[in-house]
Design a binder for this molecule. Structure first.
Ligand code: LFR
Length: 487
């Protein structure tokens, strides 16, 4: 039996075949496609039908490779949703979370229920685009036609199999789940005028969803495909794929977003975690991901889009290395960097406003992005240690961003922690691990993580004798003195 991970992020999607061969986990990407949101009349949309077609195309390609039977797991980004009517049809175009409609919605909602109450109920960080805020801004006539509200991976699974569920790792990011009651929160649903029944029944990583209904796709020759529920939220899958075997580790899932945190058996909901805006997203097998969203590679993706499409990311890293040390402190977690019209201009404007040298060349800008992200990462590690009371010895960086040695070195130097980098395909790997556990080829997650550790080359970055710790304090002082938002 072959296992296939469908992993779709904000900028691309892929189908990856994975299995255990001679005691090692092997993965092979068989199909890749672009993803991205586009603007129409001031609103940003995903093309969800395109994503479904690409999954089916990838499956058909797997058949040409000789795959007759397989399991399949789907993970995507979180927080966006699809409304489905009585006939199983989509009610709306799927709006992307970087859309501007929810810019002020946290303020509106917290007039009805306080921030503290929402946080105590859900344990989820306040991000302007959580489903709670998006549904608040949804057109009433759309909600009236809605029989089922689904996250993106659940919708894709539904379109393939006809089976509708609410997978919990993705659902927790809606900020609508009550962490004590382990169900949708009635007060929050009431505020949105949504009924509990509009969400399909819960399902958990390792459950079976159903078989792909090949008759839905008469134009394609598809294998017999059993869809398994994995950590449908890509970050849940990425963290499942972290090759950590010891205690005291933190992770950084580095892609469009940088998600930095620890795995915990219980949610951590305190005044301090609310103050620093940490989240308790539900992970696979009853774990919680206590983490913070940092703006991440989105910044450099946008810089590249506006400045220098000729360079690939490796070249941008090279340019950064060649540039002189960064002279700017920039709080990239400021909301102004969430979706500016032009990222390069926004960075330069910030520097002008804060009376700092303005970076000009690709190398200067890239260096300034990577350095400031490394500082944000290490500040976050300090916060996690202080909030959780745990000591962190090492940071596991996984995902596409883990290939950036420059930022890995900087992070080790500033944080004074040992950094391990890889695998870059941790999300697909974590997705496959859950399928292997469901198929009883692996006993549990730790066995899976040990397998990852023995199967991929993981790079190690040790903190230098004299690190760049001072940068953190200088950054904090600078950012606070400019009265920018709390980093
Ligand atoms: C990463 C991610 C993050 C989530 C953001 C938006 O791809 O899933 O975990 O906060 O995208 O959904």
């Amino acid at each position: 039996m072959t296992h296939i991970a469908v992993d779709i992020g904000a900028s691309s999607g892929r189908l990856v075949i994975g299995d255990i061969k001679n005691g090692k986990l092997t993965i092979e990407e068989i199909h890749r496609f672009a993803n991205g949101f586009t603007e129409r009349n001031g609103t940003y949309y995903w093309d969800i039908d395109h994503l479904l077609t690409e999954i089916v195309k990838g499956l058909a390609y797997a058949k040409t490779l000789g795959v007759k039977r397989c399991t399949l797991g789907i993970d995507t980004w979180a927080t966006d949703y699809v409304l489905v009517d009585q006939e199983g049809k989509r009610v709306q175009e799927v709006i992307a979370y970087r859309d501007k409609r929810t810019e002020r919605t946290i303020e509106k909602i917290t007039k009805h229920i306080s921030k503290k109450d929402i946080y105590e109920k859900t344990g989820i960080q306040f991000l302007s685009f959580n489903t709670l805020y998006q549904l608040y801004e949804e057109k009433k006539e759309n909600l009236e036609k809605t029989k089922m509200i689904m996250t993106v991976p659940d919708y894709l699974g539904y379109k393939l199999t006809g089976c509708a569920v609410t997978e919990v790792t993705s659902a927790s990011c809606t900020q609508l789940l009550n962490v004590k009651e382990k169900d949708f929160d009635q007060d929050l649903l009431q505020l949105l005028s949504i009924e509990r029944e509009q969400f399909p029944p819960f399902s958990y990583p390792g459950d079976m969803l159903g078989y792909v209904r090949n008759e839905y796709f008469p134009d394609y020759d598809l294998p017999e495909t059993k869809v398994i529920i994995v950590g449908s939220h890509d970050t849940a899958s990425a963290v499942a794929g972290v090759p950590a075997a010891e205690k005291n580790w933190a992770y950084l899932s580095s892609g469009t977003w940088s998600l930095i945190g620890i795995e915990s058996d219980t949610p951590i909901i305190t005044e301090k975690s609310l103050f620093y805006n940490y989240t308790n997203e539900w992970g696979v097998f009853g774990t919680y991901r206590f983490l913070k969203n940092i703006m991440g590679m989105w910044i450099i993706q946008e810089v590249r889009r506006h400045l220098t499409k000729d360079y690939n990311f490796a070249q941008m890293v090279d340019e950064a290395r060649k540039a002189p040390p960064c002279k700017q402190f920039i709080n990239f977690n400021d909301q102004r960097f969430f979706n500016p019209d032009n990222m390069v201009e926004e960075i330069q404007k910030y520097c002008r406003e804060t009376l700092q040298p303005v970076p000009q060349s690709t190398g200067e800008i890239a260096r300034c992005v990577f350095t400031n992200l490394a500082i944000l990462y290490s500040l976050s590690i300090d916060e996690i240690e202080s909030i959780s009371g745990r000591t962190i010895d090492s940071l596991y960086i996984v995902g596409g961003g883990s290939q950036n040695d420059f930022i890995n070195e900087m992070t080790a130097a500033v944080s004074r922690k040992t950094v391990f980098a890889g695998p870059s395909e941790a999300t697909a790997v974590g997705n496959i691990l859950i399928q292997l556990i469901a198929e009883k080829k692996l006993a549990n997650l730790q066995e899976g993580r040990n397998l990852v550790l023995n199967s991929f080359s993981i790079k190690r970055f040790d903190p230098r004798e004299s690190g760049n710790e001072a940068l953190k304090e200088q950054f904090k002082q600078a950012v606070f003195s400019w009265i920018c938002t709390e980093y």
